[in-house]
Design a protein around this ligand. Sequence first.
Ligand code: FAD
Ligand code: NAD
Length: 472
Amino acid sequence: YSSETEHDVVVIGGGPGGYVAAIKAAQEGLKTACVEKRGALGGTCLNVGCIPSKSLLNNSHIYHQINHDVKKRGIDVGDVKLNLGQMMKAKEESVSGLTKGIEFLFKKNGVDYIKGTGTLVGEHEIKVNPLEGGEVKTLKAKNIIIATGSEATPFPGLEIDEKKIVTSTGAIALTEVPKKMVVIGGGIIGLEMGSVWSRLGAEVTVVEYLGAIGGPGMDAEVSKNIQRTLGKQGIKFKTGTKVVSGSVEGETVKINVEAAKGGKEETLEADVVLVAIGRRPYTEGLGLENLDLETDERGRIVIDSEYRTKLPHIRVIGDVTFGAMLAHKAEEEGIAAVEYISKGYGHVNYGAIPSVMYTHPEVAWVGQSEQDVKASGKEYSVGTFPFSANSRAKTNLDTDGFVKFIADKETDRILGIHIVGPNAGEMIAEGVLALEYGASCEDIGRTSHAHPTLSEAFKEAAMATYSKAIHS
Ligand code: FAD
Ligand code: NAD
């Protein structure tokens, strides 16, 4: 690129929000560049988030299953050994295959991929400090999309070294299985990464400040159910417990905890401590101050409903602004923000964004939890169906969990769907579609679902909301 060229759109950040926005903008015929400082596209999600964690979750599940779950299926295995190096290599190959795939998509769609740190220096100017050294350049842009993502929230007093005191980034790259691991924060990251290392042999204790695990948005009944199941798998939980302080003493990390309401103190020892208490917007080096762009008390860049900052040609999407910190949410916003630029309108339905936790069983939901509906004062009905009564789950010897529908009592319109169970993450797509189309439970209950499939549990839970399930 030359500093003389003006782009229609410059995207800062090449994560799921930014790379999708860049591809979409190029597809709309806009001259587009994407500035990314990591040296690889795909952002947190592909490099150190969704993808590597799911690789480890999948392969650690297979290992755990071979160790604990195949004998009853008529499979006798000999000596099972973990080759952690190979498991990490498989993870790295999935990551590099996918990040290179995005580079290919950039080329195919004609997006200029600029490796470096982007800083806003003028209303239409971005200074790029190249990753591989060399001359600092300035890009001119008619429109700018900021998609700089998020980073792990640190725990005051615990210094992250990514070896003994780790964030998720260190937790996906440990070189040996810790004997004891303490996880601070029983949200999605804590439970996913806690599951990985517990399955591979670590003694895992999760310390959660609140009375329930799962992080924001999880239905309370679901949270209880998955806590029981993960407990059976060997994870220990200390809910309603706060971490007071911690220190590294030789090879051991000592973590002092006490009841959240005050009281009894206890010291936990671990070889690795995972800090997973949430993520915060990342804007370091972005130069927001140069344009006086506003952030809120949590560091999120302030925007209007069309993703515009107070400078309307500068839009913001993904983890660095409001809403759930999810890859698919960032992607939807990437497309909508570009459509606002190219067409003048765009659309994201924030009421129908699914959440999935990739433990075993998986947890997935869309719409409101029962505690949210209750708090809203609306009259509602609930229908549930357990996987223990579903023929496919029984045949697969995989029966933990249930499907739960929450509907408006008067109209039967679906308000929320919650699943704990095998393949919940795939099954929830039907629920998202139902919510998008304003379906009632009866719409689903009267739709034929193939037999024998796990999805029959979905249909029967819907039936249980307005009528009765057949098989329970
Ligand atoms: P990011 O993916 O964070 O990308 C921002 C990019 O901008 C980064 O690559 C960064 O290097 C770059 N950047 C920042 N500043 C600059 C600058 N000034 N100049 C140039 N480049 C810059 N979400 C899911 O939906 N499903 C999951 O299964 C899931 N698993 C996760 C597991 C873990 C361990 C973690 C940590 C997160 C997970 N997430 C998951 C969340 C998901 O990763 C994020 O929601 C998503 O990556 C947000 O996308 P984004 O584009 O907003 O930001
Ligand atoms: P989170 O918000 O999901 O959970 C953090 C948990 O830590 C909460 O339960 C909170 O109560 C607890 N906590 C906060 N401070 C604490 C303290 N001092 N002591 C003990 N507990 C404390 O955050 P996360 O798990 O770090 O994940 C960060 C983001 O990444 C989330 O937005 C999440 O949605 C996203 N993510 C998504 C996926 C997925 O979609 N499968 C996977 C991983 C991460």
